[in-house]
Write a protein that binds this ligand. Structure first.
Ligand code: AQP
Length: 328
């Protein structure tokens, strides 16, 4: 069986973008693949975090994975910082990566733009992500469209390492959802929806209640034309809402457009709010049951143990290949 790895940062409450782009496909994959799902807290500290909030969000994200349909008996669910091999290999890969290629990453450019000072970690984020993936000899990485460039870099670093030292790492492939690969901000539909966006109205969180969801969708930016059709360049707002609708109903965009022929944005938005609320209310219920439970700690303990076993084996091989430490 092939292996998949996917990580999510505990940098805020999950958004419907994270869900439709990544999380939604995980339950389908877990039966078919040897699966590792990781809460990447070391990635989250590349930007400032409140310590108590970070801890809370880490736990919250673990509960959310399971609430979204991950079965802890089938997968390895764990916290990145509890498996030290990740940061060790990340350092080694930083010594394989060049500053130039890291500076070319669009996420780095976006997140550092206009900032007076950015952490070195924000620049070296991709080698850490590469380490996450490569430690488990991953075959496939299921992510949203925004992570394409980072996976490409992961592949390059793996190949460079293999050529320079020894054939240690499997070179992984990317897997992007057709629908929901890139959900945009409700307030600025040319920008992607992000859990760390300061504008609360731009984002629907998986923990929002129906009232709030309705308000956010009703105030989502559209256009003055009033015709429901998919045109990403000229009508990015309504196109984004169509994508969200498709993601939560498994209907095609064409089918939805046909259903709403002759109807206005108001009706469409009312229906969409109801669809999103109904869909995520089941997730929320399971989430709240899990969040405080001891069961969640047991699951994370088991995940930590399993992940450490596999990761330390790969790390040992990589160190040997590079000539780090003694041979034993
Ligand atoms: N808008 C999006 N549409 C579709 N997929 C998305 N993903 C993120 N935003 C969208 C996917 O969600 C997974 C988890 O992402 P992450 O937490 O590792 O980092 P990110 O991509 O930087 O996500 P955010 O929400 O934008 O977080 P912040 O605000 O902290 O940077 C990934 O698979 C990603 O593709």
């Amino acid at each position: 069986t092939q292996t998949i790895f996917s990580g999510i940062q505990p940098s805020g409450t999950l958004t419907i973008g994270n869900y439709l782009g990544a999380m939604k496909q995980f339950p389908e994959l877990q039966d078919e693949y040897n699966s590792y799902f990781c809460i990447v807290d070391h990635h989250a500290i590349t930007v400032p975090q409140d310590r108590l909030k970070l801890r809370e969000r880490t736990r919250s994200l673990a509960a959310m994975y399971i609430a979204c349909g991950i079965d802890p008996n089938k997968v390895t669910l764990f916290i990145q910082s509890e498996v030290p091999a990740h940061t060790e290999l990340a350092w080694m890969l930083q010594c394989v990566a060049s500053v130039g290629e890291l500076e070319r990453m669009t996420q780095f450019k976006d997140k550092s733009e206009g900032q007076e000072s950015v952490t070195a970690g924000l620049l070296t984020y991709p080698p850490l992500m590469a380490a996450d993936i490569l430690l488990y000899q991953t075959d496939i990485v299921p992510v949203g469209d925004d992570q394409k460039q980072h996976i490409e870099l992961t592949r390059n670093l793996a190949e460079r390492f293999n050529n320079r030292y020894n054939d240690i790492f499997n070179v992984p492939d990317i897997k992007i959802q057709e629908v929901g690969a890139r959900i945009m901000s409700l307030q600025n539909p040319t920008k992607k929806m992000s859990k760390s966006d300061d504008n609360q109205k731009a984002t629907i969180y998986l923990l929002d209640d129906p009232k709030r969801i309705e308000k956010k969708i009703k105030s989502a930016v559209t256009d003055s034309e009033g015709i429901i059709e998919f045109d990403k360049d000229n009508k990015p707002g309504i196109s984004n809402l169509l994508n969200i609708y498709a993601g939560f109903t498994n209907k095609s965009v064409d089918q939805i457009v046909a259903e709403y022929e002759g109807k206005g944005y108001g009706d469409f938005k009312t229906d969409l709010a109801e669809i999103v609320s109904n869909y995520i209310s089941d997730i929320q219920q399971r989430y709240h049951e899990l969040y405080e439970s001891e069961e969640l700690d047991d699951i994370l303990d088991q995940g930590q143990e399993k992940a450490n076993k596999v990761a330390s084996k790969t790390l040992k091989k990589a160190k040997k290949a590079m000539g780090i430490g003694r041979v034993h």
